[in-house]
Design a protein around this ligand. Sequence first.
Ligand code: NAP
Length: 296
Amino acid sequence: MSTQTTGTIAVFGATGQQGGATVDALLDHKARVRALVRTPQSDRAQALAARVVELAALRTDGPTSLAAALGTVEGFYSMTPEANSLEEVEAEIRIGTALVDAAVEVGVPHAVFNSVFGADRESGVPRHDSKHWIEEHLRKSGLRAAMVRATAFMENFASVMAPSLEHGEIVLRLPLPQDVALKMISVRDIGRVAAALQLDTAEAPGEAVDLVGDELTSPQIAAAFGAHTGLPARYETLPLSALPNDLDKAMFRQFAKAPQCPSGLTVVRAIEPATLDLVEWIRTTGWTAPTNVAGS
Ligand SMILES: NC(=O)c1ccc[n+]([C@@H]2O[C@H](COP(=O)([O-])OP(=O)(O)OC[C@H]3O[C@@H](n4cnc5c(N)ncnc54)[C@H](OP(=O)(O)O)[C@@H]3O)[C@@H](O)[C@H]2O)c1
């Protein structure tokens, strides 16, 4: 693959899931990448360095280190870390706005901010509203920027939302009514779309892309895992009280209300035609049912 960019692209969150996928996609385009990391000695940072990614140490509470890390870059991809409490939501807003301010200070020519589906408006979901405020800050900053708004990661089905194998049956349990379609995207494709926008090989209509790779009800999701394993599958709706914290409860309440988003599917595929749907993600990742469940 080729790129129209010859300068360096800075990536915040490069040691994480979405930032890591963005680095992968930028390197596939032969772009030069600088990872902004807290701990350059960490195994994950060193694994990046081994792939000829430049490392720049930063502290998000240190404006000087931020601006220095962004010096001379041609583009800047950023995301914000997960917040699991209102204090962490406040910290997320501080980090996001500090990143924008540093980009403005050094005059970064082009930024891509990885936000969340629905962050174009206030929703009452704290970890979505945090991204809404950062988007607003970015918009008012005057930086040339595009938003990519992630939906649920398909990778959650290999971790926190994994179906289980119980008595020879695949069982999916989520706190979602069974007629609600969940919007989802693979982390790989988040990175590919972000990189394409960052490198100007694609355009975001209205400077924002809702990252939807598939949209399925929970019984349809269970059926996809069942078909892959050749086992019967069923879905059970969990009560919201099964969730560990109020932020998750607010988020799943919002998921149950969110309208369908067929335009997101079209826009994402126009940018990345090989975007995975859930069935393809299950196949390409070689998903296997967890075997450590009693009775499996
Ligand atoms: N899970 C989902 O389905 C989903 C869907 C949509 C949106 N989101 C959003 O996605 C975001 C999480 O993305 P992710 O899963 O890609 O993250 P992740 O894998 O947890 O990685 C977080 C990255 O941020 C860095 N980081 C964390 N705190 C930092 C700090 N204080 N200063 C500097 N760097 C810091 C970490 O670097 P270190 O190496 O230094 O730790 C790491 O590179 C959250 O905002 C979440 O709301 C998630």
